[in-house]
Design a protein around this ligand. Structure first.
Ligand code: PNS
Length: 164
């Protein structure tokens, strides 16, 4: 049973995240998509809203025989990964610019907990420029999100703005 953690902010989940999860399903028996609870950030969506969107959109992807679970965590990622008895941490790398920070994190995590490997995965080129940060910016400035996030996420973003 190979279990991986796919950690992130997922504020919101993008098609790039889903592409990485689909690819991860070829390698792992179980992937726990774990949302970081970060009290220092003011997120667009609450943890509960992000969990709910992930639960919904994960149903739309090719899972093969991989079990997908959504969770959230606080504190050090490696402590959480150990508690979940995970073997690996999955991170997506879109471009060289991601690599430096990701390498730093992977090496720090390895120093903290040598038993857990970090696996870097590349999304499809179509998603190489997609990030949650840019998605929010484009949305807030009235741009088109089709193809960047699942339709449900776009709907929830519109709903959120209406409510505020
Ligand atoms: O989607 P993000 O914001 O790029 O994800 C970053 C994340 C959650 C992977 C990273 O911030 C993290 O692991 N935070 C938990 C705290 C921690 O373990 N810090 C030391 C990492 S070297």
């Amino acid at each position: 049973m190979r279990r991986a953690i796919y950690p992130g902010s997922f504020d919101p989940v993008t098609n790039g995240h889903l592409d990485i999860i689909e690819r991860g399903c070829k390698l792992f028996d179980e992937i726990i998509i774990s949302i970081l609870v970060n009290p220092d950030k003011r997120p667009f969506f609450s943890i509960e809203e992000r969990r709910d969107m992930l639960d919904n959109v994960l149903k739309t992807i090719e899972q093969r025989n991989c079990l997908l679970r959504v969770d959230d965590f606080e504190g050090l990622l490696v402590h959480y990964a150990l508690a979940q008895e995970a073997h690996a941490i999955v991170r997506g790398i879109r471009a060289i610019s991601d690599y430096e920070y990701e390498l730093q994190m992977a090496l720090m995590n390895r120093r903290l907990e040598p038993s857990i490997e970090t696996v870097f995965m590349m999304p499809a080129e179509t998603y190489s420029y997609v990030s949650s940060r840019l998605v929010k910016e484009v949305f807030q400035l009235g741009g088109e999100l089709k193809g960047l996030v699942p339709p449900l996420v776009e709907e929830r973003m519109k709903q959120k703005v209406k409510e505020s």
